[in-house]
Design a protein around this ligand. Structure first.
Ligand SMILES: Cc1cc2nc3c(=O)[nH]c(=O)nc-3n(C[C@H](O)[C@H](O)[C@H](O)COP(=O)(O)O)c2cc1C
Length: 305
């Protein structure tokens, strides 16, 4: 029997997403007679720094939101073929897919590969992933692929705490307990280890029952929706787009003329997260009963079931 071809596309700065992916693909690797795995690791040229400086971290904001592509390493000729399944592993930058991922999704190579092909997306982020997920679906649809399901692993710490710990992690490069008192940033070790169960679901339903994958992923806790964050993102994304335009008027990525506007954005962002989002959350739950139907529909949309 001919082997099923699986393409794994990923990008990771800290290695967190790489670790998640390596656990997910274990059940595929365990059946070498059935599956042939191909890997493409996206490398932007030049690379985004890790750890980031405060300047570079905020400088990535406008182009993340405006989905401005950057140059990537070449998609190797030997990978230019049709696959039975694509596993697309991405992270969120500023409520959008990260710039390297967006750049790949916009490439002709992705358009060719994904056409008439099932794509399963894997996201390793902080906890605000909803609008980025919509964009991933959009790009897959544009390539005439089928987004058969998605897994979202995120930081389960309280929202205001994970903001502190992720900034500490991104600016220091250390995924450890900030000041010895904060929880470890990012996706928990336990969630990373257990990611293998989601790979098992894919393998067990491949190739004829792929339409049942997403419900199983959700049953196993693979897409937990936090309603007030989901609701907040819609407004936040719109405001991000306005800010991104405002900053980009001062030049392209790396232009020092943007720094003043980016600093303004940084303080605006912290104010929004710590002050406005707290009030918005209270209002959200106050009006929850009134908006119940709409919220349920949105939750289902993001669970993909
Ligand atoms: C510039 C930047 C912006 C980010 N913005 C978000 C965000 O909007 N929502 C979110 O859930 N995570 C966000 N994150 C966290 C990433 O999604 C991701 O979890 C983290 O960078 C680790 O991914 P890695 O595997 O590439 O190291 C951001 C990270 C960076 C570097």
């Amino acid at each position: 029997m001919e082997k099923q071809k699986i393409l794994v596309v990923s990008y990771s700065q800290s290695g967190q997403l790489t670790e998640i992916v390596s656990n997910i693909i274990k059940p595929f690797i365990a059946q070498p007679d059935k599956f042939a795995l191909y890997s493409h690791v996206i490398v932007p040229e030049p690379a985004f720094p890790f750890p980031w400086t405060s300047e570079t971290f905020y400088d990535a904001f406008p182009e993340s939101v405006s989905e401005t592509p950057v140059k990537l390493n070449e998609f190797p000729t030997e990978l230019k073929q049709k696959y039975d399944l694509i596993l697309l592993a991405y992270q969120v930058w500023y409520l959008s897919p990260s710039i390297p991922i967006t750049s790949f999704l916009m490439s002709d190579d992705f358009l060719r590969c994904a056409e008439n092909t099932p794509v399963f997306s894997i996201n390793g982020c902080r906890n605000m992933w909803y609008k980025a997920h919509d964009r991933i679906s959009y790009f897959i649809e544009k390539a005439k692929g089928t987004h058969i399901g998605h897994l979202v692993l995120f930081d389960k710490a309280q929202n205001l705490i994970s903001v502190v710990t992720i900034i500490y992690w991104m600016l220091n490069g250390k995924k450890d307990n900030y000041l010895g008192i904060f929880p470890k940033p990012g996706v928990s070790d336990q969630d990373i280890q257990q990611a293998e169960i989601f790979g098992k679901i894919l393998v067990e339903h491949f190739p004829d029952q792929l339409n049942e994958v997403q419900i199983k992923i959700v049953e196993q806790g693979g897409v937990r929706v936090i309603p007030h964050l989901m609701s907040m993102e819609k407004k936040a994304k719109r405001l991000f787009q306005i800010w991104a335009k405002f900053v980009r008027k001062k030049g392209e990525a790396g232009n020092p003329k943007r720094q003043f506007r980016l600093k303004l954005f940084k303080y605006y962002l912290l104010f929004m997260i710590y002050f406005v989002s707290t009030i918005a959350m209270l209002l959200f739950y106050l009006f929850y009963p009134v908006n119940y139907k709409k919220i349920r529909a949105n939750i289902k949309h993001y669970q993909g079931i």
